[in-house]
Design a protein. Structure first.
Ligand SMILES: [Zn+2]
Lengths: 202, 359
């Protein structure tokens, strides 16, 4: 059986490790990259290096950030008393698009999913509890995805956040069940934020 | 619901096949191993995206080919629907309805519904509880596709809870206990709902299965389906609490709908131990035809009935009775023997090694 030269195989392997890219797509992308202008390929390589070098996670909310603290966390205009808890940085973008939310965020960097080896300890939950203890936060809005893992994470948070003087709500109905926040349109997500409810503790 | 036209490419023994089917009864006749059942299997695949014989994808592709294609044109409520399924064992399977990519498998139910009876269905009586739970769950989806989300929520919650229990390695610390509480709640919600649906279905199936059984068996026995869940009195939430210590020790969930069973009673006696072989065969057929009737009355149109090698399962009297009592709608049957006397098919196809010849 014929094999690819080592650099080609390395490229295919690296691409194949990207989320959502199967072996066939990895091959297709590799061949595409080998065919395009040097300039095009270099641009992509540089974009990856640049992003990796300049972007990290905000040390306060764990959103993507260019500096140590992200622009939202360092914005004095934002309401310091309200936190919106989301799974991923892309969810921050989705909520920001609604222009309904004036508080700050906390990015869990995932949801409880034991099948993927992700329990509460693998998420930024300890950091969330520390923020709630140290900052002047009176309301936490849980904006995890409306699927089973997101619901379970929300339920877990509502239990560990059950402290006097703190209101914990969940964005409410209107979101497609089983979906991702990312795909909810702005109006729907905005309405869901408006209609948030106290999480049932079962 | 009329499956008008079927095309196969590299499916099982067929390099290619193009066959038009009448709205009534089609009989596929031929010796064993000639490919009769493959045609029924292909038709069922179009409706369910799986083999009713439990065959993996690569077994459905003709040897030497890399993929198989099954296409069917169905007339539903006066509209033609074209379903196209590509089976790719090495890559991704593709399904289109009217050239639109299918979003969810359960949406196929809108385009084509089938009821399958196959020799393996004796397992409904003789096999373990899992066979009967799956029978109920599939019937639920056929009747109301939206309830599939209840079953899938339950299964996801169960998998999550089991993964957590396994990771605990027999010891439950406080944090894991809190997470387990959460999954208990989710599991109890979905589990209670799933059980309510299954129990209700079993109740509704009892009379229609009795009628179908009587039609085939030609006698006046009573069939009763009883859904059995050991935890039901306590409620699932309480049962999970009771079972928690044992669950942690064993690293798995020991109580819930995934352990339930469906008792099939013939004249109030468990058919598994008390029914004869002949009675069990009629019962298996009755269970399938019972669902067929329920779905027909719910949807207003009968699913396409697929009877695979049905006469090998029934004695001559029962075979004649079955054909006489065949429900309205389209039926495809395969048989190694001629139709029983008195039966007339709208189309008879002689099957010889991958060829269908109309008589
Ligand atoms: Zn930040």
């Amino acid at each position: 059986m014929a094999t690819y030269a080592a650099p080609v195989q390395d490229l295919i392997d690296a691409l194949g490790r990207l989320p959502g890219v199967g072996p066939k797509s990895a091959q297709r992308i590799a061949f595409y990259l080998l065919k395009v202008d040097d300039e095009e390929a270099t641009k992509l390589a540089r974009a990856i290096t640049e992003a990796k070098a300049r972007i990290g996670f905000c040390t306060v909310c764990f959103n993507l950030s260019e500096g140590e603290v992200c622009t939202i966390c360092s914005d004095p205009e934002r309401d310091q008393s309200v936190l919106c808890v989301v799974e991923e940085p892309r969810d921050v973008v989705a909520v920001e698009r609604t222009r309904e939310f004036k508080g700050r965020y906390h990015v869990l960097q995932g949801a409880i999913d034991h099948l993927q080896g992700v329990g509460p300890d693998q998420l930024r939950i300890k950091e969330l509890l520390a923020r709630v203890g140290a900052e002047q936060i009176t309301e936490v809005i849980i904006c995890t995805n409306p699927n089973l893992e997101g619901e379970a994470t929300s339920l877990y948070l509502s239990r560990v956040l059950a402290v006097p003087g703190l209101s914990v709500t969940r964005i409410a109905s209107g979101l497609p069940v089983g979906g991702d926040l990312e795909y909810a349109d702005e109006l729907t997500l905005g309405r869901a934020l408006e209609g948030r409810r106290v999480v049932e503790n079962g | 619901m009329h499956l008008q036209h079927v095309w196969l490419n590299d499916f099982r023994s067929y390099p290619s096949l193009d066959v038009e089917l009448p709205a009534g009864l089609t009989a596929l006749l031929g010796r064993n191993g000639q490919g009769k059942s493959n045609v029924l299997e292909a038709v069922a695949y179009l409706a369910t995206l799986e083999s009713f014989r439990g065959a993996p994808a690569d077994a459905l592709v003709r040897r030497g080919a890399s993929s198989a294609v099954v296409r069917g044109q169905v007339l539903v409520d006066g509209r033609e629907q074209l379903i196209e399924a590509e089976i790719n064992p090495a890559g991704r399977n593709r399904v289109q309805v009217n050239r639109q990519r299918l979003q969810r498998t359960r949406d196929l139910v809108e385009a084509l519904r089938v009821t399958v009876f196959a020799p393996d269905d004796l397992e409904l009586l003789k096999g373990g509880p899992a066979v009967r739970r799956s029978y109920l769950d599939k019937a639920l989806v056929l009747e109301r596709p939206a309830v599939d989300s209840v079953r899938s929520d339950f299964e996801k919650a169960l998998r999550q809870r089991n993964a957590l229990l396994k990771q605990c390695k027999g010891r439950l610390d406080e944090a894991a206990g809190l997470t387990l509480d959460v999954w208990d709640l989710k599991l109890a919600q979905a589990g209670e709902e799933l059980t309510r649906l299954r129990r209700d279905l079993a109740d509704r199936l009892s009379p229609v299965t009795t009628r179908a059984y009587r039609d085939v068996a030609g006698e006046t026995s009573e069939v009763r389906l009883v859904y059995v869940s050991e935890w039901h009195e306590r409620g699932l939430a309480a049962a999970l609490v009771d079972s928690r210590a044992a669950d942690v020790r064993r690293g798995t969930t020991l109580v819930g709908p995934h352990r339930d069973d469906l008792l099939v009673l013939l004249n109030d006696m468990p058919s598994r131990t008390h029914a004869s072989q002949g009675e069990q065969r009629s019962l298996a057929l009755g269970l399938r035809l019972g669902v067929h009737r329920l779905v027909t009355s719910r949807m207003g149109v009968p699913p396409v009935l697929l009877l695979d090698d049905v006469f090998s399962e029934l004695d001559p009297e029962r075979s004649v009775a079955l054909l006489a009592a065949l429900p309205q709608g389209q039926t495809l049957l395969s048989s190694a023997t001629e139709l029983p006397p008195g039966a007339v098919a709208d189309l008879t196809l002689d099957v010889t090694t991958g060829r269908l010849d109309p008589r």
